[in-house]
Design a protein around this ligand. Structure first.
Ligand SMILES: Nc1ncnc2c1ncn2[C@@H]1O[C@H](COP(=O)(O)OP(=O)(O)OP(=O)(O)O)[C@@H](O)[C@H]1O
Length: 253
C-alpha cells in the first residue's frame, strides 16, 4: 500500500481503525481503514464496482453505523450531531418526484433548520445557477436526467455545508450538464467547501480532484496528491494509474 497522506491543515474527515461488515455478510467491507481529508480539499475516492465507495460514504454520512473504529467530521463522531455540517448528493435521486424544485428545496431547507426567508434566498440562487429557474414550479418527475441531477445537487447544498459528499454526481448526464455541475463544484470549493467525490469517470475526476484515494476490496491501494501519485507511478493519467493498481479483472462476478 502506498500512503502519501497530506498532513497540512485542519481535518474535515478523520477515519481511523474502521471495521465494518454488513449484517449476515461473509466478509467485512473494511478492516482497520484509516483515511484523512484536510479541510478545503477536492478529494476523490475511486475504485472498481464493489470496492466500498458507497459503503464508506454511507458510513461517513451516518446512513450506516459502525461499531469499531472512528469517523470524525470536523472533530465530531459521524452520525452524532453532524447532520448540519455536511451535504450529501447520493447516486439515487433524493428528492420527491411529485414536487417541484421549489417545493423540494423548501422541504429540505426546513429539514436543515433554515428559516423560510433563508431557504427562499438560497433556492432562488441555486435554481438560477443550476439552470432550473424556468421549471421551478413543475413536478420533478417531468424532468430530463440532467435536470434531475442538477436538482439533486441543489438539495445537497441548500444549507451551505462545509463539507459536501458526492456519489457519482454526473452519472448519465450530457456534456453540458456535467460541465455545469463540475463548474459549480469548483466554485463551491473556492468558497471553502470541502468536496468528497466518487465517480467512475476518471478524466472528469482528474480535472476536479487535488487528492485521491484508490480503494479496492475495502483497502486503500494508494492515497495522495494526484500529480505526486502520477509521478511516482510514472503514469500520464488517472486511468493508467487506476488500471495499474486495480488490475483488469472484473470485480462483480
Ligand atoms: N446492503 C448490503 N448488504 C450486504 N452487502 C452489501 C450491501 N451493499 C453493498 N454490499 C457489499 O459491500 C461491498 C462494497 O459495496 P459498495 O456498494 O460500497 O461498493 P462501491 O465501491 O460503491 O461499488 P459501485 O462502484 O458498484 O457503486 C461489496 O462487496 C457489496 O457487494
Amino acid at each position: 500500500m502506498t500512503s502519501v497522506s497530506v498532513t497540512s491543515g485542519a481535518s474535515a474527515i478523520d477515519i481511523s481503525g474502521l471495521n465494518f461488515r454488513y449484517p449476515r455478510a461473509e466478509r467485512p467491507v473494511f478492516t482497520g481503514l484509516s483515511l484523512r481529508v484536510p479541510e478545503g480539499r477536492r478529494f476523490g475516492l475511486f475504485g472498481p464496482n464493489g470496492a466500498g465507495k458507497t459503503t464508506l460514504m454511507n458510513l461517513m454520512t451516518g446512513l450506516l453505523s459502525y461499531k469499531e473504529g472512528s469517523i470524525q467530521l470536523f472533530g465530531r463522531e459521524a452520525g452524532r450531531g453532524t447532520r448540519s455540517l455536511f451535504g450529501f448528493v447520493p447516486q439515487d435521486f433524493s428528492f420527491y418526484m411529485e414536487l417541484s424544485p421549489w417545493q423540494n428545496l423548501e422541504f429540505y431547507g426546513a429539514w436543515y433548520g433554515l428559516s423560510a426567508r433563508e431557504t427562499r434566498r438560497r433556492a432562488t440562487h441555486l435554481l438560477d445557477v443550476l439552470g432550473l429557474s424556468d421549471v421551478r414550479h413543475q413536478p420533478a418527475r417531468q424532468f430530463s436526467g440532467g435536470m434531475k441531477r442538477r436538482l439533486n445537487l441543489a438539495i445537497g447544498v441548500i444549507h451551505e455545508p462545509r463539507l459536501l459528499f458526492l456519489d457519482e454526481p454526473t452519472v448519465g448526464v450530457d456534456v453540458q450538464t456535467a460541465y455545469a455541475i463540475m463548474h459549480y463544484l469548483e466554485t463551491l470549493n473556492t468558497r471553502g467547501t470541502t468536496l468528497v467525490y466518487t465517480s467512475h469517470q476518471l478524466d472528469e475526476a482528474e480535472r476536479l480532484c487535488q487528492t485521491i484515494a484508490l480503494i479496492d476490496q475495502g483497502a486503500i491501494l494508494a492515497e495522495g496528491a494526484v500529480h505526486t501519485l502520477l509521478a511516482e507511478h510514472k503514469k500520464e493519467d488517472l486511468r493508467g494509474l487506476y488500471l495499474e493498481l486495480t488490475g483488469k479483472a472484473y470485480r462483480d462476478v
